[in-house]
Write a protein that binds this ligand. Structure first.
Ligand SMILES: Cc1cc2nc3c(=O)[nH]c(=O)nc-3n(C[C@H](O)[C@H](O)[C@H](O)COP(=O)(O)OP(=O)(O)OC[C@H]3O[C@@H](n4cnc5c(N)ncnc54)[C@H](O)[C@@H]3O)c2cc1C
Length: 342
């Protein structure tokens, strides 16, 4: 992807440097470029003029500080602590593994703190990630990794790591808290400036939504610029992406709030939806129709109300049973691209 982006006309990569501020018109109403600070050569610092500046600096975005420095209001911030830890290892993959299934997600049950997933990746390999929540830490050493996989409520991930030949060492990572900057509520914002992706909202990666949000936002930005040009682009962008970010935030935090230890608001609509999701997720583990719709909603291909369609509802009532401990349900395995979920 990097090579493809580099090959696009008009694209220049400026490497080993940081953006350390925006430049504006004297009245500070419009952003006109960015200041670049070289990490290796102070003489190479430069200012890049721009018709439009998009902050995609991720969680570490400095836009709130820059806005304050320019005299603008700073967006309200929401945070939610979940303390997620990861451990990932690669294994050799045989075509017959898991009956040819390429993708299994064992989600965290409402009362549990452990989950995992195994994905077929290039080079005939499994990429296996184990997840722990609220301080639970999956080990990266092989023995610990296999033992942790054994404790998941469904057995497919353990089936892979127990038999397959490991490749290389384990790698660990962590995500401590959600952060959302509510740019959509600002009354004043400089022109020709946009903040996007994790810089606006950084979500628990367990639900794999961050890239879908970032890509949908990029598409929306393209449409806005095509349709309206660059004036007031930031305000239009935040208004038009509000629903997308709300949906991602509500789906992900809503699932995490099922854990009594997670601090956050639990209004009545959430309780009803959560009770339903507690049945839907186990159903998705066994039922391809439910699994498919859950993944579509989770990746914003379908809107959330689709989960309540009478046909899905009927399948959920038939197949939904909350996992209480480790069990070996017969998961969805309907061919090469089948997956089981939660
Ligand atoms: C462990 C983990 C697993 C994940 N798994 C998934 C998944 O399966 N599916 C999914 O959709 N999402 C996943 N995500 C989330 C996804 O990675 C993010 O949502 C996505 O990368 C956000 O893209 P972004 O461009 O907004 O920010 P980022 O990808 O964070 O990119 C920001 C970039 O800006 C650079 N930068 C920061 N400050 C400056 C500066 N001052 N000057 C210059 N450069 C700067 C950073 O170095 C970085 O390269 C995962 C996240 C984590 C942490």
């Amino acid at each position: 992807m990097r090579d493809r982006v580099r090959a696009l006309p008009g694209v220049r990569f400026v490497e080993r440097c940081d953006v350390d501020g925006v430049v504006t018109t004297p009245d500070k109403t419009r952003v006109t470029g960015v200041r670049l600070r070289s990490r290796t050569d102070p003489k190479a610092d430069e200012t890049v003029a721009a018709d439009l500046v998009v902050d995609t600096m991720g969680r570490g975005s400095r836009s709130p500080r820059w806005l304050a420095d320019l005299g603008y209001p700073v967006p309200d911030e929401k945070r939610m602590r979940v303390d997620v830890h990861y451990s990932t290892r690669l294994f050799h993959r045989e075509p017959a593994d898991l009956d040819g299934c390429r993708h299994v997600i064992v989600g965290l049950p409402p009362s549990g703190r452990r989950g995992g997933l195994t994905l077929a990746v290039e080079g005939d390999r499994w990429l296996v990630t184990l997840v722990g929540m609220l301080g639970e830490r999956p080990p990266s050493d092989l023995d610990g990794f296999v033992e942790y996989a054994r404790t998941l409520w469904s057995g497919e991930v353990h089936e892979v790591v127990d038999r397959a030949t490991p490749i290389g060492e384990g790698v660990t990572g962590a995500f401590h808290e959600y952060v959302r900057h509510c740019y959509d509520r600002l009354t004043a914002f400089p022109d020709r400036y946009v903040v996007s992706g994790d810089a606006v909202c950084s979500l628990n990666p367990v639900y794999a939504q961050g890239m879908s949000v970032a890509i949908s936002e990029a598409q929306t930005l393209g449409l806005i610029v095509d349709r309206h040009g660059l004036d007031r682009v930031g305000k239009r962008f935040f208004r038009q992406t509000r629903q997308l970010v709300n949906t991602a935030w509500t789906l992900a935090t809503g699932a995490d709030l099922a854990h009594p230890e997670v601090q956050g608001p639990r209004p009545m609509p959430w309780r009803v939806i959560n009770a339903y999701m507690n049945r839907l997720l186990p159903a998705a583990h066994r039922d391809p129709l439910v699994a498919d719709m859950f993944l579509k909603v989770n990746t914003f291909v379908a809107p959330p109300p689709h989960l309540f369609h009478p046909r899905i509802l009927a399948h959920v009532l038939r197949n939904g049973r909350t996992p209480t401990g480790r069990e070996h349900a017969e998961p969805v395995r309907t061919g090469q691209d089948a997956q089981s979920s939660p």
